[in-house]
Design a protein around this ligand. Structure first.
Ligand code: SAM
Length: 304
């Protein structure tokens, strides 16, 4: 059965209203997508990445009433947002498909480092003998395809090869889908703690942990303010953008135990120096950046 798709590019703060209006018109599925390759890199410090545009898509099985529907949407928008022009709504007829999950077609198993594979949970693992991390990011960030995540996975893989992960506890600040913490566990860490300000991330992380047979007590998940102030970790990883990394430098650096290792990512090449200085000011010894596609990972160590 073909579908009618309505699509609008809209400011993120208006997306909820349009979503409600599309649902009120009987949308079978609604998809919200950030312009993921085009974030605003310096949102207010301490906030999540921002995108100046959200793409909102609604799917309908009623192909007949398009013009009446567009008229009703325009009127409902004008009533809710007087004086604010209604966003342009494009329409298209689509062939039948599982549209809610269509993005999954582009997410293929990825090899990271020497032993680790990130395998979409709906795929066969290409190498059953490898360390296979089964992942469904749901609505959270972190499939491994983004260079910042890939840089962090490569770091974890190297720590494992160097014997610096086995038996240790990992803190993953901004855990998203949980991909880094779970990779740490699958590569030999004893336990992991993930923090995130986004409830979707905490729930995706828990689901992905279960998918990978990680025991609940091996992977604790918290909102940042719930993590005990005195908790220190031998391995700390934070992939959360340069602004928050600088803003939180004292808190994140304080989590690194004496002799512990730190990796920071989500940093553009041009921002690396500022981030590096912020962590050196906190007593960490920072290495030269590792760069991939304009993104940087900074590694550090707290002296013994
Ligand atoms: C770029 S994603 C990284 C996700 C995953 N760790 C990865 O490497 O793919 C950044 C994550 O950090 C979270 N975040 C942003 N600011 C944060 C903060 N101050 N404390 C904890 N998490 C934060 C976001 O909600 C998001 O899930």
């Amino acid at each position: 059965m073909p579908w009618l798709q309505l699509k609008a590019r809209i400011a993120p703060e208006q997306a909820e209203l349009l979503e409600e209006l599309l649902l009120a018109e009987g949308a079978t599925a609604i998809t919200l997508q950030d312009a993921e390759d085009d974030p605003l890199f310096e949102p207010e410090r301490g906030t999540t990445p921002l995108w100046d545009e959200t793409v909102l898509t609604g799917l309908y099985d009623d192909l007949e009433g398009l013009s009446a529907m567009l008229e009703r949407l325009g009127a409902a928008w004008a009533e809710a947002m007087p004086g604010e022009p209604c966003p342009e709504i494009e329409h298209e007829l689509l062939d039948d498909r599982d549209w809610e999950r269509a993005w999954m077609d582009d997410f293929k198993p990825l090899r990271m480092g020497q032993r680790l594979w990130i395998v979409p949970s709906w795929h066969e693992a290409p190498d059953p003998e490898a360390v296979n991390l089964l992942l469904d990011p749901g609505l959270a960030f972190g499939t491994g395809t983004h260079p910042t995540t890939a840089l962090c996975l490569a770091w974890l893989d190297r720590l494992a090869v160097d014997g610096e992960l086995q038996g240790r506890r990992v803190l993953d600040v901004g855990c998203g889908s949980g991909i880094l913490a779970i990779a740490g566990l699958r590569l030999g860490a004893d336990a992991a703690v993930g923090t995130d300000i986004d409830p979707q991330a905490l729930s995706a992380s828990r689901d992905n942990a279960e998918r990978n047979g990680v025991a609940e007590q091996a992977f604790a998940l918290y909102y940042p303010e719930q993590l005990e102030t005195s908790a220190r970790f031998p391995v700390v990883i934070a992939n959360i953008l340069a602004g928050p990394l600088v803003e939180l430098a004292d808190e994140i650096a304080a989590r690194v135990a004496p002799g512990g290792r730190l990796a920071l990512s989500g940093i553009l090449e041009t921002q690396a120096e500022e981030v590096r200085e912020a962590y050196e000011d906190q007593g960490l010894i920072m290495d030269e950046p590792d760069v991939r596609e304009g993104w940087v990972r900074l590694d550090g160590r707290r002296p013994d």
